[in-house]
Design a protein around this ligand. Structure first.
Ligand SMILES: Cc1ncc(COP(=O)(O)O)c(C=O)c1O
Length: 358
């Protein structure tokens, strides 16, 4: 198969694919990975040995529990919701896709701010939703234009809270205002909530139009497992279950996620360390001439500088990978908070880059 895909077959593809690009993470090799908002700490030793013993016992020839009943019970307790509120996904990415499929009927539409996590737009377009993109305002806040669009009644609004890549935590009152639009489902993606310290989970019972996404990929340090959670009204969860592929969360992921959620203490120590490091990095970056540092509530910094792309390459040469972007934020970088020594190397490189160019 060395020739191009025949035009007759290409013509059969969903036409929306012509306007989409495959997700492109940073991929240049580097020693220090500060580009994907991962937890810089690998799983604790205790977790690793329990994982090894679970791996020895797993019935590999059997399908995993499609209802993830054990994980469901433990996760419901950990997140303070009822078991029937939950839907599990192969990462929260998959849950975004699931939501889109569920609302992709005649006239289905969604509203997303710009910039935000790219999968909302990509999944929505691929699923046939009409997508309204509304630019964020100064300092990446929600604008009156966004609320006007929201009031026009899309099926879904996707809001990352805090936002990625900007780190913005929109005021809770603005989230409430969107929830007051009873005919629209607000998907509040709380992927970074453990770092912001703010969540709408406790308000789930008050809002039938609220869907909350959580993940074990960030603060829990388990991006390799692929475990995302969605919490919503039980009737909506039951509808989503009709579309969820029965074995989307594999047996090891279920067992290991359960282990992690049973022992939140390990998470807490690391979370605090990351927050302390974020403060240290912010103080260091705030001193760099000509660089704008946006206030952020997640485990990353978002900065703007006319030489951002050059700085990105400068860091790569020193073995440090951060995240760059195209479009309207090509002069911005997103920098994940790493371990103390990684952050120290980053700050040292940043100071020499900006000193050389001052
Ligand atoms: C806002 C947001 N939501 C969801 C995800 C995806 O998380 P998961 O690993 O659970 O698919 C990310 C990953 O970077 C993210 O930034």
């Amino acid at each position: 198969l060395t020739t191009a895909l025949p035009a007759a077959l290409k013509a059969r593809l969903n036409p929306v694919l012509a306007s989409l690009k495959a997700y492109q993470p940073e991929s240049a090799p580097a020693r220090i990975l500060l580009d994907a908002n991962e937890n810089p700490f690998d799983a604790p030793a205790g977790f690793r040995s329990r994982a090894a013993s679970l791996a020895r016992r797993l019935a590999y020839h059997r399908y995993p529990d499609p209802a993830a009943a054990d994980l469901r019970r433990v996760a419901a307790r950990a997140y303070g919701v009822r078991p029937e509120n939950l839907v599990f996904g192969n990462g929260s990415d998959e849950l975004i896709q699931l939501l889109v499929l569920a609302f992709a009927g005649e006239g289905g539409s969604c509203l997303v701010p710009q910039p935000t996590f790219s999968m909302y737009r990509a999944c929505a377009l691929a699923g046939g939703l009409k997508v309204w993109e509304e630019p964020l305002g100064a300092d990446f806040g929600l604008t009156p234009g966004f609320f006007k669009r929201a009031a026009a009644g899309p099926s879904l609004i996707f809001l990352a809270w805090p936002n990625s890549p900007t780190g913005t935590l929109y005021p809770g009152a603005q989230v409430e205002k969107l929830l007051a639009l009873k005919g629209t489902v607000l998907v509040l993606d709380e992927a970074y909530a453990e770092f912001s310290g703010d969540s709408f989970l406790a308000r789930l019972d008050r809002h039938p139009n609220l869907v909350i996404l959580r993940t074990l990929s960030k603060a829990w340090g388990l991006a390799g497992l692929r475990l995302g959670l969605l919490a919503c009204h039980p009737d909506l969860a039951a509808e989503l279950e009709k579309l969820r592929l029965p074995y989307n969360v594999d047996g090891m992921a279920q067992a290991l996620a359960l282990e992690a959620l049973k022992k939140p203490a390990a998470l807490e120590k690391r979370r605090k360390e990351i927050l302390a490091e974020r403060t240290r990095l912010e103080a260091g970056f705030a001193r760099l001439p000509g660089l704008k540092l946006y206030p952020g509530a997640a485990n990353f910094l978002f900065v703007r500088h006319p030489k951002a792309l050059e700085f990105h390459g400068y860091l790569l040469k020193r073995g440090i990978r951060v995240r760059s972007f195209g479009g309207g934020i090509s002069d911005c970088l997103r920098i994940t908070v790493g371990k103390r020594h990684e952050n120290a190397l980053l700050l040292k490189a940043a100071h020499s880059f900006f000193k050389e160019r001052a």
